[in-house]
Write a protein that binds this ligand. Structure first.
Ligand code: GLC
Length: 692
């Protein structure tokens, strides 16, 4: 309250509508300027109703999942006095050691852009003054996800062309969409911390892209400049940050509690101050705060409704990825004895990173299975622990397995190991969960594995032994019912991986949109996969020397970006294009070409398939990725139904940014491959030429 009286312009939400109103009253009636407050909060994937984590939402390959989350979250939060969320996070990352991969939409810039724009639309709605709208915040600008070693806050050093071709797109798309605010990232970018980086915050964001909202620092981001070694003290840090283009400090360092400024007015150019103030006031007007900064306390949401729960449930189902299935899934409801084991068997830890203390809790798998399996005997046992080991639990679980028709092994990564400041050097299932899976496999009793985690994990030591494997991430308030629906076939999983699953942590970073290199390895590996430690045997492709690979590891990831199965089957036709050759000028003037492809449900049940479109520029002035995702569509099909799916491809899909400064976006003439299919490894290709 003292800071508000001193004239501060924004606060964190006081977790209560009445308190929020009181802060607004003091700000508008008891301060010299009488300006209402921005009230911010991390509404990342839900407020009271918790939706799947962003990486799970990325698995849905369905922007409507992100938009629905944002719309419902905004309504719940604004009703209590929040008017600004620090979301969406669209940090592209190729390093699952980095705990914050859970907060973004994976390794691809296009997928992050599509999902990020959907969230901005959901949060900001049709008008910011609506009672269901929040200011959105694109974060963290920029390239935070390339922290060296996957260690949070660590150094980022990259070329101009990688910065532009990989990290800028999601932010540029959201600025074009009108995102209200942008948050600076903690990291350096090629030696210069983002919080004091004029090139990023002003030249790119405001001058080149035309961002008219404001840029906020991250918590402690300004004093961190001292630790970065670029500022001698707080005043120096403040001056550098505001001169670079930061408009608002998150930590309250600009003024102290008696309201005196920590920097003298002469320290910062008046025009810069006016620019920052203008940007912030414009949004306060747009929110309608000058007309009415208050909320109706009696109307404030306090918990989910049946509708919001339904929406969260549907989002959860759409975020589940079927990684493996030998036919064991879906389970039959006629099973008479089901054993549920694993530390996630009776855990309610499904909300995931970045939820508030008042978030609606999730049920456990055990609770939902007990309700659903009325005519079966359900036994629940822990079987393993998240930390350390307990072989007696494992022995009890295996002894019990012999008495049951099927075992559901519920494992994962507790959400406290994911999110900010949660980098891990070992990406395997924590504790002795792997041992439990292998021991259950040894029993010979049919089993399925359900994995709840916040990042791609290394599962090479046991995945081959699992008849079926569901990646369910942390799915939010309605996680358990959604998982049980998929386990028993009430719902058909249709998600795809938004991030590569490495075979080993030593492979990281490994990602789909890689360059060919001058010596691409050939997939001629004949790995002795049943060897006690396949890593020691490595690829038996000794005739493939002097190429880019490891001597001690099979080539490629365990599961690729875009991978995901279904309980039904689909056939994908041959792609056709309405144009096979066009000039660069036609493209530059906005001409697009259409790719059409037939998709048929050839299986025995309805389901969704995510058709993905990748492009490849075969020869260019800079080495190009082997594939770049430039389109995806999640298509629901009934049994026997056929659909012709069309994609449009244009200027924005075929070009790349040069490595010069200033960098230029260009589409170079030549041959382009267009790959369309149900996964990265299962596509049909056609060639399109661009001529001068
Ligand atoms: C944290 C995070 C940022 C979050 C902010 C406010 O340090 O980096 O994503 O929005 O502080 O909680």
């Amino acid at each position: 309250m003292a800071l508000v009286k001193s004239g501060i312009g924004a606060v964190f939400w006081p977790r209560d509508a009445a308190k929020s109103n009181e802060l607004q009253r003091v700000a508008t009636e008891e301060t010299p300027h009488g300006i209402p407050l921005l009230v911010g909060l991390d509404v990342i994937h839900g407020h009271y109703t918790i939706f799947p984590t962003p990486i799970a939402q990325g698995s849905s390959f369905d922007p409507s999942v992100a938009r629905t989350d944002a719309q419902i979250s905004a309504g719940e939060a604004r009703s209590g006095g929040v008017n600004w969320t620090f979301s969406p996070m669209v940090d592209v990352s190729r390093d699952p050691r980095w705990g914050r991969v859970v907060e973004g939409f994976g390794e691809d810039p296009y997928l992050n852009a599509q999902m990020g724009v959907a969230k901005v639309r959901g949060y900001q709605g049709s008008a910011l003054h609506e009672s269901t709208s929040l200011l959105a915040c694109a974060k963290h600008f920029v390239a935070y996800g390339q922290a060296e070693g996957g260690r949070d806050y660590n150094t980022v050093d990259l070329s101009e062309q990688r910065l532009r071709n990989l990290y800028f797109e999601p932010f540029k798309s959201m600025v074009d969409e009108g995102v209200a605010t942008v948050m600076a990232s903690f990291n350096t970018v090629s030696g210069r911390p983002a919080h004091a980086n004029h090139y990023l915050l002003t030249d790119i964001l405001k001058s080149e892209w035309g961002h008219i909202g404001f840029v906020v620092g991250d918590a402690e981001g300004i004093p961190n400049l001292i630790a970065h070694g670029v500022a001698s003290d707080l005043q120096d840090a403040l001056k550098q940050a505001f001169r670079a283009g930061l408009d608002m400090d998150m930590g309250g360092y600009v003024v102290d509690v008696n309201g005196s400024m920590a920097v003298a007015e002469s320290d910062i150019d008046g025009d810069r101050v006016n620019d920052a103030v203008r940007r912030i006031l414009r949004l306060k007007f747009a929110l309608g705060l000058f007309d009415n900064p208050y909320v109706q306390v009696g109307d404030a949401a306090t918990e989910p409704t049946a509708l919001t729960r339904r929406a969260a449930h549907d989002a959860a189902v759409r975020s589940i990825v079927l990684l493996k299935n030998d036919g064991t899934l879906p389970l039959s409801r006629t099973l008479s004895k089901v054993l549920l084991v694993g530390p996630y068997a009776d855990s309610t830890d499904h909300l995931g990173a970045w939820t508030q203390s008042f978030a609606a809790p999730a049920a456990s798998l055990a609770q939902v299975l007990k309700e659903r399996l009325q005519h079966s005997q359900l036994t629940v046992m822990e079987g393993a622990v998240f930390q350390g080991s307990n072989s007696s639990l494992q022995t009890q679980a295996c002894d019990a397995a012999y008495e049951h028709d099927c075992v559901i092994v519920a494992v994962g990564e507790p959400s406290k190991l994911t999110g900010e400041a949660s980098s891990r050097s070992d990406l395997r299932l924590p504790g002795d969960q792997e041992a439990l899976i292998l021991a259950i496999a040894q029993t010979g009793v049919p089993f399925v594995v359900v994995m709840s985690n916040g990042r791609p994990l290394v599962i090479s030591d046991w995945a081959d032994h699992a008849p079926a494997l569901l990646e369910v991430w942390h799915l939010g308030t309605e996680a358990a019912p959604a998982i049980v629906d998929v386990l028993f076939g009430e719902a058909n999983p249709g998600g795809k991986l938004p991030m590569t699953f490495p075979r080993s942590v030593g492979q990281v970073p490994i990602y789909y949109n890689h360059e060919s290199t001058g010596r691409p390895a050939r997939f001629s590996a004949n790995v002795i996969s049943d060897a006690p430690d396949v890593g020691l045997h490595g690829p038996d492709n000794t005739n493939d020397y002097f190429t880019s690979k490891y001597l001690d590891l099979e080539l490629g990831p365990l599961f690729s970006f875009g991978h995901g199965l279904s309980y039904t089957h689909f056939s994908v036709g041959v792609p056709t294009s309405n144009v096979l050759c066009l000039t660069r000028d036609q493209l530059q003037r906005g001409m697009q070409f259409e790719i059409a492809i037939e998709l048929k449900n050839t299986g025995k049940r309805e389901g969704d398939e995510v058709l993905q479109l990748y492009v490849r520029d075969k020869v260019a002035s800079l080495a190009q990725p082997m594939r770049r995702l430039r389109g995806f569509q999640r298509v629901p099909l009934k049994v026997g139904q056929t659909s012709v799916v069309t994609f449009t491809v244009g200027w924005q899909d075929l070009g790349f940014w040069s490595d010069s400064r200033p960098s230029r976006y260009q589409v170079e003439p030549g041959e382009f491959e267009v790959h369309v299919g149900s996964s990265l490894l299962n596509t049909q290709m056609l060639e399109v030429s661009v001529v001068l």
